[in-house]
Design a protein around this ligand. Sequence first.
Ligand code: FAD
Length: 825
Amino acid sequence: MGKKIVIIGGVAGGATAAARLRRMDETAEIILLERGEYISFANCGLPYHIGGAIENRDALLVQTAEGMAQKFNIQVRPFNEVLSINRENKNVSIREIKTGVTYTESYDALILSPGASPLRPPIPGIDEAERVFTLRNIPDTDVIKKQVDEHQPKKAVVIGGGFIGVEMAENLHERGIEVTLVEMLDQIMAPLDFEMAAILHNHLRDKGINLILSDGVKAFQNNGTEILLNSGMRLPTDITILAIGVRPESQLAKDAGLALGDRGGIKVNEYMQTSDPVVYAVGDAVEVTDYVTGQPAMIPLAGPANKQARIAADHICGRTASYPGTLGTAVVKVFDMTAASTGNNEKRLKQLGLSYQALHIHPGSHAGYYPGAFPVSLKLLYDPETGRILGAQGVGYSGVEKRIDVIATAIMGGLTVADLQELELAYAPPYSSAKDPVNMLGFAATNQREDLVDSFQWHEVDDLIEQDGYILDVRDDLEREIGYIEKSHHIPLDKLRSRIAEVPRDQPIHVYCQVGIRGYLASRILTQHGFEVVKNLDGGYKTYQEVYRPDEGANCEIEVDESGVAHITCAPTPEDINAMEPVARINACGLQCPGPIMQVYKRMNEMEPGQVMEVLATDPGFSRDIETWCRKTGNTLLSSTFDSKAFRCLIQKGRPLPAGGKSPVMADQLDGTTIVVFSEDMDKAMAAFIIASGAATMGKKVTLYFTFWGLNILRKDHAVQVDKTVLEKMFGWMMPRGTRKLPISKMNMAGMGPQMIKYVMKQKNVDSLEVLMQNALNAGVSLVACAMSMDIMGIKEEELIAGVELGGVATYLGKAQESTVNLFI
Ligand code: FAD
């Protein structure tokens, strides 16, 4: 017989250590002691069994005691709790829970993998509270699931916005329960920084979770049927999940005189040995070294527990592997989104006083032209001096965890941000882009380091607004329509050179665009035109908007009555929504902006208030735009789900208009949009009709005023018998007749250019000019032909397509006065 090894704890770390020990040493005597009934179960799957995604309970039992014992020739003893460790005699005393019998077991080596237990602080009323649960193991899961199955609670409160709290909120919601998630901090998911967590806040609210931040539980009242918060609010609840963190189960180790860290974790060296070299400890109970900073840390995750267990087993068997420290790489599903992180976040780096630079980008999860691409919001933290990567975070619908995994690998490989540029990552359109988002982080960070661009952060914007700093929005008109930073000036990027005189030279210029790329281009233009201080908003309006999105987008409203009781009205639950039969179904998959919104608008006009429409779309911007569209047009976005192929939105016609948000500024509802179309270029005409249609769907009164060459766009494509002078006839022959004959503004190449662009548009599913025009007319856009220019150019009313009105300059000026947007194309 070889060494005798006793293991305390039979789940993630314990079972892994036992299996590895056997593989390394066939002669060892291995005893696995587990206090509970089950060993080696899938803790990480527990919330999903409650929610129903993992239907089969047995699937959670990765290994049974009998199976493990047989397969690995191990003595597996469930229901055996270790009471104490006697290091002098090298034995442990054990109580057989079922019989109450105690006995001792000697060891040559001992491995502690007792895990961490959920915190259950002595909050007033907690002992009397009947339906307050924590979740750690299979019995906990059984109790919660039974409660949900048998009592069908209507309201649930989840306390704590960490991994388990968020997963439980989602899974209870999946069961049709109205869920309130209460978090003491101002954000959920502590490994993320605030602005990244804000994306999840919005998503949770959109999904109908009533999210209460910056508030904690003061007391459980009425046997736990009511929760009193620090703010005085009282939340009625039928079931409560307490998920406010875990505490390392290190009492045994402490009683045995083993060294513990400040936060109660068992201290170990790189071989997972405790202060007693024959006693090893792994998993949630140990204090690890932060891989990036070298600081002690408590990081309770399954991956590290498994790796540490393997190292402890190897070391006991005379092998030399060592544990390098923990990065804390983690991922969580939050409804349709994924959030992942690795290394240190900005809060931690600040706390440690380390020098860092933050970088935000929002590239597509894969090539934009392949259906189903979604933006991935990534944040990178690196040392500006050395380029060393300190941490990263990602939130999005697709492709998030793979980018964070690559960065985690890069950190462990000692790569710098410059190396991220060079990483050769797998690419084909359905999976990534030729420049993967990780490469993009490398490029953007290198631009920062080489002083090609200076950036400012989302949290500096408020001060800038207050101090009247010059903020320049270089996005397109339609983007600005959806919302913008208060007091910002607007010059679209392609007009910046011609309108550069409007930008003041006596103060710093703070540029922003939607995600940061056009802001970078604008910064380069301005810098090279002699502007001294130019800064680009890191992450663009997208990052800013997530933080400042007005709460009116939330699907739950809380009204606290005089006695402090919260009355929560949430949007319908998934079950309610499923019960609603859509009267209209739109499949806008493959259509690009503004195609899907146009279709929604058109169909909505034919519906009665209260009726429901279903829309399927793959345009990544659609899910965001439809939310704004609904808010601004007084309709209700009932649900927006995502099945990895398309967004499915259910929209109900009508609802009272919400009060406008403070910041970001939402454009006014009732104003008009006027566009003067002077050019006859096809590409410019298309731009005009896209903007016009977009604005019309937002409820604007849109007027396109065609003058001079622009009139050719409105001409019928065949000759019409009308009386004309010779000069008028000559003019008519020389000018293009109708949309199919229009040139393009650049690369016309004797008419080849328009054909090529039409071909590309068809490939990319972009509507032709003819379709755009018809859509605009259907959406109620007024097409006005300038009577004076018609006269000059000899164009008669009969020659124009149907639906065009004639008007003079007064018509235009009148419309322009009612408009906040006036464009000249
Ligand atoms: P555990 O797996 O908890 O095992 C410890 C075992 O020791 C327990 O079964 C306990 O009964 C037993 N024990 C304790 N004291 C004694 C004693 N004196 N005598 C006998 N037995 C004893 N991590 C991730 O990385 N990703 C996830 O998605 C994820 N999801 C999770 C979801 C939930 C609901 C939970 C609870 C945890 C999740 N985790 C996740 C964390 C992960 O499960 C833990 O990090 C991992 O299980 C830690 O392993 P461990 O061996 O240290 O402890």
